[in-house]
Design a protein around this ligand. Sequence first.
Ligand code: AMP
Ligand code: MG
Length: 336
Amino acid sequence: MKRIIPLLLALSCMFALCACSPVAQQSESFIMDTIVTQTVYASDNSVVRQNNQILRDIENEMSKTIPTSDIGRMNAQNVQDVEISDATAQVLQACIEQAKVTGGTFDPALGGVVAAWGFGTDNARVPGEEELEGLLAHTDYNAISVSANENGQSVANAGGTQVDLGGAVKGYALDCLAQNLADNDISSAILSLGGSIYAVGTKPDGSAYKIGIRDPFGGENDYMAKLTLDGKFVSTSGTYERGFTQGGKYYFHILDPETGHPAESGLAAVTVICTSGILSDIYSTALFVMGAERGVAFAQEQGVDALFLTDDKRVITTDGFAEKYGLTVTNKDYHE
Ligand code: AMP
Ligand code: MG
């Protein structure tokens, strides 16, 4: 009996340790029109499941292709004030503010023009110049207003403009997931949502989370560099993400709001790293439109870190980028 008690004690301690020590909870799902992968170190998969639900809720509120979403209802014709969730109001307000900050290179009012190109749909095509001019005339982020009604409910009016938050929502969603990780005391995780990634803490062996920067001229699994990430958000906007070829020319989904055409700024991809998911997402789109020279100056002014890959495979970064993130260029075709 004397021997059995310590044995039982040892077994119950082992059991308690196994039940509580975090293990890799992994999930891959398809939400918000993109592949979502999560590795979260936790004792069970409840946080991963909560995260998937958070993403589904955001999609149902902010997707422009769901007619009943806040944005779907705002974009419906002949509609005036539309009740929206506080979350949608927050994202809309951030987008309108950043449209001003970025000199209109990020424009949440481009919905009509984006829809005309039909990227990622069966109706992808090059719209005519007259059609684009007509659509650009209804592209005014100043026409979008967000306020509260007498019940304190958030309301929005798009003033006839088609709203598209596709360049910001994934980053916002990562902000929400990062908050959920913190609320659940998760100290190690990496989450990837389309072109946006968030990592916090280190892997169980103590090493940092490393992410790859996609080679915009390579295939899906080709990377041109790697870097380490802890507690920050990374977003990449690249020509390869969504596009089509017509008449031998490749057209992609990042549009210059001045012309309504894919932004020809000499870039193939831009990666932005900062402490806000929504800003990393908005700025990756905006910096792509700005091009490397204007983009570097803007990023430094805003205090965000950015890496530009040009059409001729040059790597241009904001000051101190390589040291801060341990950037290693692994594809030697790329040069400074
Ligand atoms: P991202 O991949 O984050 O750069 O976002 C690109 C998506 O944002 C596109 O698929 C469009 O829905 C939308 N978009 C394209 N060009 C712009 C722009 N200049 N400003 C804001 N949104 C844009
Ligand atoms: Mg973006």
